[in-house]
Design a protein around this ligand. Structure first.
Ligand code: T4K
Length: 419
């Protein structure tokens, strides 16, 4: 199923990368000939996908609520146990649609430690995102901070289930209820995850999933809004199709948020292999946990294995008060080996434009976010990454940490020389 990245000089590199000069930052050949990415797509059974594509071409029904999209929406609703699933062209548009359908305006409270789309979906509609700090143990929005940030202009809260880990759903629901605010969740990472035995997709007024190519289940580009609110589902369906309620009849403002048939075909194909994707991801996550265990200052973000989880992100936290190398130094050493680890979500939404200019002092109120943006490094996983690759990645991490003083010196030299 998976296309495996090629190990440079084959597997014996693990044995031979034992001395400091074997590390690529000192000029040795990189461990991986081809880049080992975070976010390599899971493909599923190619033949199933191609069969579906052929059927789509034969039908000549390519978009506008075609049979594959309808089948996908039913499959998602059934899988999550939710009344409605509305498939859309990506999760950013899904966020915008849900925000608008919930009539959010003024100010909406969101975490800054998230992908920029969460904030942009608000700002794009003239709504001010008010950044809240997060809880370091879950990386999710901190309900205590949310409560403090509410003003007369606040109309809603968007929690994010970062890495697929549920945020403080009950505490947020309580605040929203008491203060009369709309609550929704950005569940872009959380397809196939549960919270207290209930599938993510059922919480708040609405939840939004991403099926982007880099996601555990992908539709090339795609997203979905799920809700148990019948009226909201009707409103979102209208909005995603220009407001059309029938031919020649537009009943509200809308946009084009439709998912196309090829995307839905990819989704249906992925659905067939979903258990295998999860199993692969879980194996990878456990291997990283085992291989990096006990290294000073390194900590893999843990998932609750008693809940359903997609394990799509392996998140390494590097505490540089305990680790001999900082997150960025470790990343530099890995990237030299063609291991393209990512600093999601550095530097935090509040430090990206337009928010950095709009709220130049926001960082002062986001200490945990600031800390996390300096600590987190997302490691390659997914079906294109297997046991051998992970063993090698972890071996490189250990080797770099063992020779941390010289590695640091080398990186400083490279920076000084502008390399
Ligand atoms: N909310 C949250 C919390 C999110 O994380 C996201 C998206 C959204 C909302 C919005 O969802 P969408 O509107 O995208 O449906 C990537 C994804 O583009 C983005 O979907 C995702 N989150 C975010 C966490 O990661 P980048 O800028 O890192 O993408 P990029 O192009 O650097 O790709 C990441 C890696 O994946 C690359 O190193 C190569 C690999 N890759 C990528 C693609 C597209 C492949 O191997 N094949 C591919 O086809 O944002």
């Amino acid at each position: 199923m998976a296309c495996q990245p090629r190990l440079s000089g084959r597997w014996q590199w693990v044995k031979t990368k034992n001395r400091i000069e074997d590390l690529a930052i000192f000029g040795a050949k990189p461990a991986f000939e081809e880049p080992l990415h975070v976010g390599r797509p899971n493909i599923g059974r190619r033949e199933s996908f191609l069969e579906r594509v052929n059927a789509i071409l034969d039908r000549r029904w390519l978009t506008n609520n075609g049979p594959c999209v309808q089948q996908f929406e039913h499959a998602v609703a059934k899988f999550l146990g939710v009344r409605h699933c509305v498939a859309v062209c990506n999760a950013t548009i899904a966020l915008e649609l849900a925000i608008r359908a919930l009539q959010m305006k003024g100010e909406v409270i969101v975490p800054s430690f998230t992908f920029i789309a969460t904030a942009h979906a608000l700002q794009w509609q003239g709504i001010t995102p008010v950044f809240s700090d997060v809880v370091p143990s879950t990386h999710g929005i901190d309900p205590r901070r949310v409560e403090e940030l509410i003003t007369p202009r606040t109309t809603g809260i968007i929690g994010v289930h970062l890495w697929g880990k549920p945020c403080a759903v009950e505490a947020l629901a309580d605040i929203a209820h008491r203060r009369g605010l709309a609550l929704m969740f950005d569940a872009a990472h959380a397809f196939g995850c549960s919270h207290q035995g209930r599938m993510i997709g059922n919480f708040g007024r609405a939840e939004v999933f991403s099926f982007h190519a880099t996601k555990f289940l992908n539709t090339l580009e795609g997203g979905a809004i799920t809700t148990n609110d019948d009226e909201l589902a009707v409103a979102i369906r209208l909005m995603k199709n220009f407001g059309f309620a029938g031919q020649d009849k537009v009943v509200c403002l809308g946009t084009n948020g439709k998912m196309n048939e090829i995307s839905a075909a990819m989704a249906l194909t992925g659905f067939e292999s979903m258990d295998a994707f999860v199993e692969h991801n879980r194996r990878n996550y456990r291997q990283y946990m085992e291989e990096l265990e006990g290294l000073p200052g390194l900590h893999i973000f843990p998932y609750d294995e008693s809940e359903k989880c997609n394990y799509q992100y392996v998140v390494l936290e590097v505490d540089d008060t305990a680790s001999p190398l900082s997150r960025d130094e470790l990343m530099t050493a890995l990237r030299a080996e063609n291991v393209l680890a990512r600093r999601y979500f550095y530097p935090g939404c509040h430090r990206m434009e337009p928010y950095a200019s709009l709220f130049p002092d926001a960082g002062a109120h986001l200490p945990e976010t600031e800390k996390l943006t300096r600590r987190v490094l997302v490691l390659p996983t997914g079906t294109s990454v297997g046991t051998r690759e992970i063993r090698l990645v972890c071996h490189i991490v250990r080797l770099a940490l063992t020779h941390s003083t010289l590695v640091r010196k080398r990186i400083c030299e490279q920076i000084r020389l502008g390399l």
